[in-house]
Write a protein that binds this ligand. Structure first.
Ligand code: GSH
Length: 95
C-alpha cells in the first residue's frame, strides 16, 4: 500500500489532533501495515496561485481528485482520503 504525505510522518503540535499525515501513518502501523510513504511536498491548500505543484501532488490529484494529503492507496487499489477516514480504514483492515 502507498501513503501519500506532505513533508513527512513526523508529529506536530497542530490542533486539534496533531499532524494528519503522522496520525494516518501511525494508525496504519498500529494495524500491522508497513506502507510505502511517498512525500509529495509542495503545498496543496490555500489559493490556487499559491500551490506549489510537484509530481507527487499531480499524482495525488490524478488518483483522488483533490490535492490534500494524506491519501491512502490500498493494495486492492482503494483510495482513501482524509486522515480520519484512513484511521477508520486501518482499524477496519488489520494486517
Ligand atoms: N482534514 C484533513 C486535513 C489534512 C491536512 O490538513 N493536511 C495537511 C498536510 S499534513 C495539509 O496542509 N494539507 C494540504 C497539503 O496537501 O499541502 C485530514 O485530516 O486529512
Amino acid at each position: 500500500m502507498k501513503l501519500y504525505v506532505c513533508w513527512g510522518t513526523f508529529q506536530t503540535p497542530r490542533p486539534p489532533h496533531g499532524h494528519p499525515c503522522h496520525n494516518a501513518y501511525q494508525a496504519l502501523r498500529m494495524a500491522g501495515h508497513d506502507p510505502e510513504v511517498i512525500k509529495v511536498r509542495g503545498l496543496g491548500v490555500g489559493p490556487g496561485f499559491l500551490h506549489l505543484t510537484t509530481d507527487g501532488r499531480r499524482e495525488v490529484e490524478r488518483i483522488s481528485g483533490q490535492r490534500v494529503v494524506p491519501v491512502l492507496v490500498a493494495d486492492d487499489g482503494e483510495v482513501v482520503t482524509d486522515s480520519r477516514r484512513i484511521i477508520d480504514w486501518a482499524e477496519a483492515h488489520p494486517a
